[in-house]
Structures are given as structure tokens and as C-alpha cells.
Write a protein of this length. Sequence first.
Length: 199
Amino acid sequence: MMRRPPRALRTSPTPTTWVSADLLSGQVRPGSGVAVAHHLPRASARAVERRLRVAIGALCLIGIGIGGYLTFVHYADLRVLCVSGGGCETVQSSRYAQLAGVPVAALGLAGYIAILLSVATRRDIGRLAGFGLALVGCLFSAYLTYREIFTIKAICQWCLASALLMTLLAILTTIRVVRVEPQPARLAPATRTLRRSRP
């Protein structure tokens, strides 16, 4: 007597797993030709994306606070609050504190705001924009740190904090770009029809 082809049965909503009903009942042995498809739930990928966006956003808010403070101090012609013995004042008054007449602090402020806006979208354009901005900011911060140590001979605590933030942002935005979300797998058809005759 001929048996019908094995039926597909969805066993659980998460993770999504499709198997043969006869395989569950023990009538079909694994490796007998019945295809079984598995894929990891996309909920975990969305959770990772959400945590990355929250972390990037938090770092950007801290950077906006630092950049906003230094920009305000520059245009208000105030003395920078510093705990490193006047090193911040020395750095802020040097020629490296401006780029083409624009305060470096203002450029950093704009960069943090732009990176924060990039996490507003989950699309690739937002990820790539955030990565590019963070990478440029990280490299520029490394250059300024080099100038502080070897040229100006003074250390600014605010600049070092900003450089650390940009380094962390470069790492997180890189992870956000290279991370690959798992795609749902389609149910593969059975490779052959099982036949079984009653005794």
C-alpha cells in the first residue's frame, strides 16, 4: 500500500523550524532524504542592532556635551575648566585649535551631531555614513593628540576625552557595518518520495 509523501509541520514559532511530520513520529530516520530547514530568528539580530544604536547615541550625546562646551568657551572668550595644570588653555590657544578659521571644537560638535543623526536609520546608507564620519573623526583626533604631545607639549583633558569617544564610535560603527543579519531560510523540498509497503 502506497503512503502519501511526508507532510511539513511547523513545530514552533521561534526559532522557526520546519521538519517532516513522519520524522517527528519516528517513521522516517534522519538522512533518509527528507529535507529539514533551519534558520535563526531575526529578533536577536534586531536586538543587537538596537543595542549598537543606543550605545552610539549615548556616546554621541557625551561628545555633543564636550564639543558644545568647548565651542561656547571659544566664542564667549572664557577660560577652559581644566584639572591638568593649564594644559587645556595652552592647547585651546594654539594654532592647532582652529582649522581654516573654524574652531576644532565646533567641527567635533558637528561631527557628533551628524553621527547621532546617522543612527536614526537602519538602512545601509545610515550605517556607512556613521562609519565614515566616525573614522574621519578618529583619525583627526589621533592627529591632534599627536600634536598635543610632540608639538604643543601640553595635554587637554577635553581633547583626550573626545578622542576616546571617537575611537569607541569608530569601533561600534564598524561593527554595525560589518554585521550581517541572518535571512529566513526557505523550506527545501524533499529529495525523494518515501515509499513503504505494509507487510
